[in-house]
Design a protein around this ligand. Structure first.
Ligand code: HEM
Length: 213
């Protein structure tokens, strides 16, 4: 049966996988992002690779922190411990996603695919902090289940890059599409797909109130 314990194991495995992928691909395999940057043709604004690269390194580092802190905080075992653990990890998550968001704001105008890609990225840049702040406001009002549901809506977007690249590879290999078209379509698949995943989780696995006993 697909219950919250199985879901949690899958989330932890996915988070570790996404972190390993991000670290290996961006700091070890192609630290200059040569492959990715070589696809950026016809940009309206001139991109400065050294600045873009440093922003991307910060973006990825805090994305990994958000992935791990978020996964940690969905654990019922952590919730049973003194509140300070969950709280500290929660604020670490908030700061991390704000930094991912700010760095994304710098990179979005140079997105591969132009406006078609920068618009969904910028919409997510606006929505993501709002969703996360709503989640925090819910727990301040002691609405535990609502807090969990809004945190699910926030946390899914930590997988934006992993899902984008999975879809990018499938579209390029399976349908022989160009990098730019595959990347653009993948950004939509990722953002809309993750949003749907959050709603499905909240309406199925997290439908019942949280019990910590
Ligand atoms: C939390 C997990 C995330 C990780 C690990 C991550 C990682 C990366 C990496 C490695 C890049 C370089 C380009 C590439 O390889 O695709 C990138 C680019 C970018 N990311 Fe993220 N990202 C994450 C989440 C997000 C989110 C939630 C947003 C939007 C709010 C975002 C917005 C962007 C933008 C706008 C770019 C530039 C894309 C381009 O130049 O075409 N990222 N990200």
């Amino acid at each position: 049966m697909f219950n919250s314990k199985l879901l949690y194991k899958l989330v932890v495995a996915a988070a570790i996988g996404a972190v390993l992928y991000a670290v290996i691909a961006n700091y070890i395999y192609d630290p200059s992002a040569t492959r990715f940057l070589s696809q950026k043709m016809d940009l309206k604004r001139a991109l400065q690779p050294p600045i873009w690269l440093n922003v991307m390194y910060v973006h990825v580092a805090f994305a990994c922190i958000a992935l791990l802190a978020g996964a940690f905080n969905f654990s019922n075992a952590v919730l049973r411990k003194p509140k300070t653990f969950h709280r500290m990890s929660g604020y670490t998550y908030l700061i991390a996603i704000l930094i991912v968001d700010i760095t994304s704001g710098y990179m979005a105008p140079y997105s591969t695919g132009g406006k078609a890609t920068s618009i969904p990225f910028n919409l997510l840049n606006i929505a993501w902090p709002i969703i996360t702040i709503i989640a925090i406001s819910k727990i301040r009002k002691k609405q535990l289940n609502s807090h969990r549901r809004w945190m699910v809506r926030s946390y899914v977007f930590c997988f934006t890059n992993a899902v984008t690249h999975l879809s990018l590879n499938m579209l390029q290999k399976g349908f022989d599409l160009s990098f730019t078209i595959s990347y653009t379509v993948s950004v939509y698949i990722s953002i809309i797909g993750l949003w749907i995943v959050a709603e499905v989780i909240n309406r199925t696995v997290f439908k019942e109130p949280l019990r910590l006993a």
